[in-house]
Write a protein that binds this ligand. Structure first.
Ligand code: BGC
Ligand code: NOJ
Length: 812
């Protein structure tokens, strides 16, 4: 128990016990096409598929409070007005509890003898969210109360909605039928969809005009109708349509009422659009309301969601001595992987949903943490991503989920992007054995008529890097590599331009050691893939490319105690003893070591010891040191951030995880766990007032020691940390690794762990794996017994005809 809440591990919930958390603590509703952002006070918004192009309810950017718009219920109990989620009125509550669970949020509050429970979730496969409401009179006396619901509609294109008032204030339209409000702005001409906000119970009134319900001079905290006590049945014409219903409850002592609100995105499909001139065809809306009016319908939908999550998580569960590892691996880390897979970096409390869509490199990496859950969705995603690569090998850096088309604003030329496709594809095939994906048709974005397949994309990616190398034989960096802020070709002195896209990339010879290391990793994956396909000549070709790059790294990237980060456009090293600031970076140590550099000459060990000496802190590994205190025009955005945050010596959690894996590769189990815990959100509860972020999901960044707010987290939820830390924990530390021929057991654990047990569903087979550590070691399986029979090596072969195998692996 901390000041703000605690984990309920058995229920897989985080329980928030006071509403004034250090920042709004977010959860996501939905996991297919309909999504809702939902904070612990009910703040947030809903959208269908694409947070920019199909926004259903409104959000105010950089508002006060941060989550200043949402799904609100107001209670008027004899003139005392309050919200079960505390906001927006903020009337002190007698009791408040918010349980963020897997795909749902449950807020329970009590005031003046009235208990209100609000359960918010999106039923599986459906395009709507349900707000189930239970109101119970626990006062011991009869109570007459009024309840008001509230959402503010968005006109779908979220950026236009927020910026083009000269138009939007004139187009808003609604229809009301019974307890259902139909938001139909722009329906008449170009849209065949609408937003429905309905209640399963009869209502005493409604409002759809924001000016009436809230008041022109009011805010949500003093909204006119809830305070005044009566809806006005206003019909919005233009301005800002909202959905609000009034429900009058007359409750005997002990009596409980239960009903639900439905917020839905409805596509008409081939139904007639209108039932009379300009009257929206309400068939689907009526069906939806009728569905949830049936007794038990909400409970059934909720149970299905719960079962789905139990089943998904069942593909990986661990019992090990560390509580943080257990809780993150078994529940929260996998849950966050679902969110990053679905949303990439588009919509969170820190990503507006109108900026980035799906990131090319981000989405490829997100697959690594998601593929074991629903491989078929990962397959489709890989092909969607590949379709945004261009025939020359470069990629659209981002694409819109609704259209699946590359986003031209940010363009391409991030010269790491294409290589990540190799990692995601290899992970998918290892998980599933589906080599067929390589032959799946996948055209290039700029040559859609030319039929190629996925394997062609992987080859194009390799050749792109091979043919774009600089004076040291290392890959060119382009606009940037994984580190978006290392802009070696930008030279920006003009505040009105993008750091990434300014500058002349074409002639420059700036090189990236990080891409070189990633290239080692990618070519080794390609060689392994070709071997598994029995194509030795191709495997050999990849190995040659690997050897060549390795030679360039060892000849030109070693700085004496660590690997350099890059060479700038003038050929000067970045991340070197020779530099005054930014002498050592994480990324090149991680990728060179993970790619296999420095393993025969002791440099891998030295590089990692340098990380430990210069970059490791109790809150995680600093991205580089010393922080840039001055702006280096030749390095770009990295030196524009204040020292200690973001890429300028912040603790970027995403690239911390690569170091966790590198420690595992070197067999250092104690280090791996110590580093793992240093950024683990669950372990931050003891310093939560400094950390401020949600303790159940990873943050992109924790402020480093150069910042005055050292230890403070930012950009929680949508970060590549989710996928990679799951890889680091499940495949590195716990050591359960899918391979083409079976499941490898290769843990790298703290010496003090006597044993652990993993349940892993792999290719349809439940693997029950017990790892014993009788001699207090970190790694090295000496004996592997599969269903009682000892087998050589440490790969559990693919069983034939079995649905379950029992494995005992002993370290020795
Ligand atoms: C980085 C930010 C940077 C942004 C630029 C992001 O990937 O994390 O630090 O400001 O790219 O678009
Ligand atoms: C966030 C971006 O989404 C990701 O692609 C990038 O690698 C990191 N920032 C580091 O700059």
């Amino acid at each position: 128990m901390t000041r703000y809440g605690h984990f309920d591990d058995a229920k897989r919930e985080y329980v928030i016990t006071r509403p004034d958390t250090p920042l709004p603590w977010l959860n996501y509703l939905g996991q297919d096409d309909f999504f809702g952002l939902c904070t612990n006070t009910g703040g947030g918004y809903a959208f269908w598929k694409d947070a920019r192009l199909r926004r259903l309810t409104r959000y105010r950017y950089n508002d006060m409070p941060y989550d200043g718009n949402g799904r609100y219920l107001y209670i008027n109990d004899g003139g005392v007005v309050w919200n079960p989620g505390w906001k927006p009125v903020k009337t002190p509550l007698d009791r408040y509890e918010c349980r963020h669970g897997l795909g749902y949020t449950q807020i329970t509050a009590e005031k003046k003898g009235l208990l209100v429970e609000l359960l918010l979730f999106v039923p599986l496969g459906e395009n709507h969210e349900i707000w189930q409401v239970k109101v119970r009179n626990i006062s011991g006396q009869r109570k007459q109360v009024k309840l008001f619901s509230f959402v503010e509609f968005c006109f779908y294109e979220a950026l236009n909605d927020m910026t083009n008032y000269q138009r939007t204030y004139s187009i808003g339209q609604v229809e009301v039928e019974g307890s259902a409000i139909y938001h139909k702005t722009e329906y008449r001409e170009r849209r065949n969809h609408y937003t429905l906000f309905a209640c399963t119970r009869g209502i005493a009134g409604f409002d759809t005009s924001r000016d009436v319900f809230v008041g022109v001079h009011n805010g949500l905290h003093d909204a006119a109708v809830p305070l005044g006590g009566e809806c006005q049945n206003s019909l919005a014409f233009g301005w800002n349509p909202v959905g609000a219903q009034q429900i009058n409850l007359d409750l005997a002592a002990g009596q409980q009422e239960e009903f639900a609100f439905i917020l839905a995105y409805v596509e008409q499909g081939d139904l007639p659009k209108f039932s009379a001139p300009d009257v929206l065809n309400k068939t689907r809306g009526r069906e939806l309301v009728a569905k949830y009016q049936r007794a038990g319908a909400v409970a059934t939908a909720f149970a299905a969601l719960h079962n789905q999550w139990e089943n998904l998580l069942g593909s990986f569960q661990v019992d090990c001595p560390d509580e943080h590892c257990r809780r993150m691996a078994n529940t929260w880390n996998q849950y966050q992987c679902m969110a990053t897979f679905n949303l990439s970096r588009s919509a969170s409390m820190y990503e507006t949903g109108i900026g980035r869509g799906m990131g090319y490199r981000d989405s490829n990496q997100d697959i690594l943490g998601f593929v074991h859950m629903i491989p078929e969705r990962a397959r489709q995603r890989i092909l969607d991503i590949a379709a945004t690569q261009l025939a020359d090998g470069t990629c659209y850096h981002q694409y819109q989920p609704l259209t699946k088309k590359g986003n031209a604003e940010i363009g391409g030329d991030f010269y790491d992007d294409h290589l990540w496709l190799i990692l995601s594809t290899a992970a998918y095939i290892k998980e599933t054995g589906d080599f067929g994906i390589l032959q799946a048709p996948a055209s290039y974005s700029d040559t859609p008529a030319v039929a190629t397949n996925l394997l062609h994309h992987l080859e194009t990616s390799i050749s792109y890097t091979l043919s774009h190398r600089g004076p040291h034989g290392l890959p060119l960096i382009g606009h940037a590599d994984w580190n978006d802020c290392l802009n070696l070709n930008c030279f920006s002195t003009e505040p009105n331009e993008s750091f990434q896209c300014a500058g002349d990339v074409k002639g420059s010879k700036a090189e990236s050691v990080m891409i070189a290391g990633l290239f080692l990793y990618a070519t080794r994956e390609m060689a392994g893939l070709y071997q598994a396909m029995s194509r030795p000549a191709d495997a050999q070709r990849m190995t040659q490319a690997y050897d060549e790059m390795l030679a360039a790294i060892e000849a030109h990237a070693w700085d004496g105690q660590w690997y350099r980060r890059a060479y700038d456009a003038a050929g000067k090293p970045v991340g070197s003893q020779q530099c005054d600031e930014g002498k050592i970076f994480i990324e090149s140590q991680a990728w060179c070591v993970l790619g296999g550099a420095g393993h025969t000459n002791d440099r891998a060990k030295q590089a990692m010891e340098s990380v430990h000496t210069h970059l490791f802190t109790p809150n995680g590994i600093l991205l580089q040191q010393p922080a840039y205190k001055t702006y280096h025009v030749e390095l770009g955005e990295v030196s524009s951030y204040p020292p200690g945050v973001k890429e300028n010596a912040g603790i970027f959690c995403h690239n911390n995880t690569w170091i966790h894996l590198a420690w595992c590769l070197l067999g250092q189990g104690d280090r791996a766990l110590e580093y793992y815990l240093s950024i683990c959100p669950s372990a931050k509860q003891s310093q939560i007032d400094i950390y401020r972020g949600e303790p159940y999901v990873y943050a992109q960044m924790i402020a480093g020691r150069d910042a005055p707010v050292s230890g403070e987290a930012k950009n929680t939820w949508l970060t590549g940390t989710a996928a990679w830390t799951f890889v680091a924990l499940s495949q590195g530390i716990l050591g359960i690794r899918p391979e083409y021929t079976g499941l490898r057991v290769d843990p790298c654990i703290p010496k003090s762990w006597p044993s652990l047990r993993v349940q892993r569903r792999f290719r349809g087979v439940e693997h029950d794996i017990e790892i014993r550590n009788p001699h207090g070691l970190s790694r090295s399986i000496k004996k592997l017994e599969v269903d009682g029979r000892t087998i050589a090596g440490n790969v559990i072969p693919l069983p034939s005809g079995k649905s379950r195998v029992r494995v005992v692996a002993t370290l020795g």
